[in-house]
Design a binder for this molecule. Structure first.
Ligand code: DP6
Length: 361
């Protein structure tokens, strides 16, 4: 498919008004997307676990307006007007307008809330942009109904234009994005459900997110991605992501936890190594991030409990483990790791099944 396949045919009728709502989850990458080309095309393929508890709920009320010169919308975040989010939403609307040509014909009221702190290193842009993309696409679906499979592809395609990783937040439970030779259905334009067998051990996988630092990040992901241009190690890193995706196939199929933990932790540290070797260089990990990693490694060595970590573009630590060791892992987290979280805060999440429509009126 190409971008042009997402341009709809001319609308024959536009409803006067309506309201739609979606809940979309966050996701945590196992093989990381870091570096992009123009139009939100990833420099390398990535794969993620879709999450469950960390999510954004968005509802969009739309009312037909007289002139269609510009976009018109109000934005409410957790019930209150949020002016500083508006430029990002406007840029998003501009990018997706060719694919949703009704956007200037309506006034929208966008009401959104998160189940987790904004800019905490949890991909709030992923759940936020996917929830909004789904709402706007639901409006188009009322104007011109589309097949469910196409709906998911287009929702992912639109979400990607808001934030790259958001395209992996439409479906569950494992989603791959970016062209990769070994995955025939893969695309630069949207995320696809991972097409290969996955061992049941990964079916109920846990992700306990340790909130080491809840404030605004020092360097945004967009700036970080850009620093991969002219990065001395970029090409090798992009090759490595392809090779790690190939390696994951038997690991996920056989349920090889040892190899899984090694690959996932290496991906997390490579991501941060790219940040540290950018020019200008930067560090998003904090002393408590490293304390957690060291304690986790020691615990794993001593107890053989298969618990590992990954990192997003931030200081927080995602602790990953299978359902079978849930009690031991939670006990360890509470006894040893929570002390390193800001105000003792952490979120118990697990692998999820994707976005859900809340209503449509
Ligand atoms: C480290 O998707 O937030 O979480 O496309 O600029 O919005 P933009 O970037 P974003 O980058 C996420 C990077 C990451 C790794 C990943 O999720 O794959």
């Amino acid at each position: 498919m190409t971008e042009n396949d997402f341009i709809p045919k001319a609308y024959t009728h536009l409803p006067e008004k309506g309201k739609v709502g979606w809940k979309a989850p966050s996701n945590i990458a196992l093989v990381k997307y870091w570096g992009k080309k123009t139009n939100q095309i990833p420099a390398n393929p990535s794969i993620s676990f879709t999450l469950d508890a960390c999510a954004t709920q968005t509802q969009v009320t739309f009312t037909k307006k007289e002139d269609s010169k510009d976009f018109s919308f109000d934005l409410l975040f957790e019930g209150k007007p949020k002016e500083d989010f508006k430029p990002k939403i406007k840029t998003f609307l501009e990018r997706i307008e060719p694919y949703l040509p009704f956007l200037k014909k309506y006034h929208f009221v966008i009401e959104t809330s998160n189940s987790f702190p904004h800019s905490s290193g949890i991909a709030s842009s992923a759940s936020g942009m996917s929830a909004l993309a789904l709402c706007l696409l639901s409006v188009e679906n009322k104007i011109q109904p589309m097949a469910p499979d196409f709906f998911n592809k287009k929702a992912s395609f639109l979400a990607r234009l808001g934030s790259g990783s958001a395209c992996r937040s439409i479906e569950g439970d494992l989603v791959q994005w970016g062209k990769h030779e070994g995955i025939e259905t893969s695309s630069e334009l949207y995320g696809v459900k991972y097409p290969f067998d996955v061992n049941p051990i990964f079916k109920n996988y846990h992700d306990t997110i340790l909130l080491v630092h809840k404030g605004q990040k020092q360097v945004s992901s967009s700036v970080g991605h850009n620093l991969m241009h002219d990065h001395p190690y970029a090409e090798k890193r992009f090759e490595q992501a392809h090779s790690n995706l190939d390696k994951l196939k038997p690991i996920l199929g056989e349920g090889n936890l040892e190899a899984f933990m090694e690959l996932v932790e290496s991906e997390a540290l490579t991501l941060h190594a790219m940040m540290m070797t950018s020019m200008p260089y930067f560090i998003l990990m904090m002393p408590d991030t490293l304390e957690i990693i060291n304690k986790l490694w020691r615990f794993r060595k001593e107890t053989k409990v298969p618990i590992c970590f990954t990192l997003d573009a931030g200081a927080n630590v995602h602790v990953l483990y299978p359902e079978s060791v849930k009690e031991k892992a939670i006990q360890f987290i509470q006894d040893e790791l929570v002390a390193h979280c800001e105000n003792g805060h952490y979120i118990c999440d697990r692998i999820g099944t994707g976005a859900k429509q809340l209503f449509e009126e």
